[in-house]
Design a protein around this ligand. Sequence first.
Ligand SMILES: Nc1nc2c(c(=O)[nH]1)N[C@H]1C(S)=C(S)[C@@H](COP(=O)(O)O)O[C@H]1N2
Ligand SMILES: [Mo]
Length: 427
Amino acid sequence: MPSSKRERGLHELYREDPERAQALVFGRRSFLAGISAVLGAEVVFGRFMPAGLIPAALAESTEPFLIPGKDPGLVVLNDRPLNAETPPHLLDDPVTPADRLFVRNNGIPPLAVDASQWALTIGGESAKSVRRYTLADLKQRFKTHSYQLTLECGGNGRSEFNPPARGNQWTTGAVGCPRWTGVRLRDVLKDVGVKDDAVYIGYYGADTHLSGDPSKVVISRGVPIAKAMQKQSLIAWAINGEDMPIHNGHPLRLVFGGWPASTSGKWLTRISVRDREHDGPKMGGYSYRVPCEPVVPGAEVPEQDMCIIESMPVKSLVTYPRSGLVHRAGQDLELRGHAWAGDHSVSDVDISIDFGQTWRPARVRKPVNRLAWQQWSMKIEFPHKGYYEVWARATDSSGIMQPMVVPGWNPRGYLNNATHRIAVKVV
Ligand SMILES: Nc1nc2c(c(=O)[nH]1)N[C@H]1C(S)=C(S)[C@@H](COP(=O)(O)O)O[C@H]1N2
Ligand SMILES: [Mo]
């Protein structure tokens, strides 16, 4: 793997400057040996391979980057750190399978984890004690709870902002809603004892900084104490009844449904109960913050005018059919997908097949529990043969609707909850 300090990896480097990428990755002399290792095969006519050529296997597919425990259909946006999103049609299940949950790493995960040795320490200036819990302690001493909780990266949809925002160019797939199992954070916090002046909790995980510097913390975010104390806020060890994939935080992580997923600390080793807003890396500046008041696209916003993102906005996906479907004229088509709305629930999903001229209500299911996404479905007929777009627009329980175009521009490209569109050709 390259030793680049910036947040970019092989894919991006190869796209921009293949020669430099090769030099960086393998060094000039050992290039062929290195490339063979990555491709998993000898480059048979390697001595004829032009310098700077992008091996087709790297340029065209994610094959060499199959992620352990993940569906090969996930799209890799970056491999250092690893970031991969899920195409909408792979999110069709009401409960997201573990191998289809997106991955957003800010650093390098602890790859060899011994769960039997894992421990979580809780302390901080607003904790009444410092306590250490092994995974076994958590399982034995506290009641186990399971909830389906929606996890969405604050930057999901970033690729649509204009002017563009730097960072992972997520399209629609940095979201999922598996069933999480663990203990309530509040039960454990009560065991530790929380002082009256507590206002926030902050997490620390066992991943390492891209620079390799062990003294640098990758990311340490958190939530206000009120969110921490909600019954759905979990310290989780399982997804859908099984150990979670290493890239999703095995063996222990926080899960705060409906809030930017950056609050849901992975590979959790420590929680600090704070008497102030937590101030770990990526809490301040422009990280996971948006202008407190709307700004003109491209504006330079002073740091003190940025506010922390809390509950995520209302949003929906069309997960069936897959965009590009060719459908027989005269037959009904059953559309379906999910909708979610941060701390709120979803009250309506409306569908348009005429570019927003008219809308018809879909059937919307109740959430299985608070903070779980909801399923919508609708049977539709198309009046003529030709090209259609299906647009889905959700409304939350407070009456707020998804916008049809990309909403408020912000420097880092967060919170794009514009309607999802798919293409259908009727023949
Ligand atoms: N320790 C740690 N926790 C972390 C991160 C990380 O890089 N390190 N990334 C955060 C971000 S930005 C997101 S969007 C979610 C992604 O969770 P997932 O990879 O399980 O989908 O984890 C959050 N928790
Ligand atoms: Mo994120």
